[in-house]
Design a protein around this ligand. Structure first.
Ligand code: BEZ
Length: 211
């Protein structure tokens, strides 16, 4: 069955370009992002892995461990990484899971047979320190993911994990947030000393609380 938000991210042991990992142990108490690729030596994936490598500081700053999955074997990954480093002017600095028997792809429902019988689609799972799935996202093979959007949603997830706020449409870090409906306006005034703007009784905004 497909994984849903709030489910525990399945644990597994796998060979990666960084050695054997036991996924939950590897995650430790960090946030995590696992994302799949249709195959090695494919153009869109090459740009995506390069982009991820170039964003290492951004993922590190948010305490997010990143790991990629592709159903090709380890030797193929190592060869492909050389191409990625060469063509994307970067150094791949996160592990790439070799999943030739599709164990991880099946655990995470990354193969959508009506899109492709064998290749994984572009799935993303963001996992919280509690090992629960906080975000799922699925792109088709032909569309490279928007990594700025992944960072944006991680910012929102991390903020809303600590404060009783939500983030509005197109929110970017630093912009006003929405007070969650469970908090009364009276309580909100106490919780958010930077101020609460009541647009409607159900739509209250406050400056981002952790700045
Ligand atoms: C790619 O992974 O680069 C790709 C896969 C399927 C269609 C187009 C591109």
């Amino acid at each position: 069955m497909a994984l849903r938000l709030g489910d525990t991210a399945p644990d597994f042991t796998a060979e990666t370009t960084g050695g054997t990992i036991h996924f939950h142990e590897w995650l430790g108490n960090s946030w995590g992002m696992i994302f799949s690729h249709p195959a090695d030596f494919t153009p869109v994936c090459t740009t995506e892995l390069g982009r991820t490598a170039s964003l290492k500081e951004e993922f590190d700053r948010r305490g997010v461990k990143v790991i990629a999955v592709s159903v090709d074997p380890l030797e193929s990954h190592s060869e492909w990484i050389r191409d990625i480093n060469e063509t994307q002017q970067t150094t791949v600095n996160f592990p790439l899971i070799a999943d030739p028997d599709r164990t991880v792809a099946e655990l995470y429902d990354m193969i959508h047979p009506n899109a492709s019988e064998k290749a994984t689609v572009r799935s993303v799972f963001v996992i919280g320190p509690d090992k629960k799935i906080k975000l799922t996202l699925t792109y088709p093979a032909s569309t490279g993911r928007n990594f700025n959007e992944l960072l944006r949603v991680i910012d929102s997830l991390q903020l809303t994990a600590s404060y009783q706020v939500a983030t509005p449409a197109d929110w970017q870090a630093g912009q006003d947030c929405i007070v969650v409906p469970a908090v009364s306006t009276e309580e909100a005034m106490k919780k958010f000393p930077k101020g609460v703007t009541v647009v409607k009784p159900y739509l209250r905004t406050t400056p981002q609380p952790n700045l």
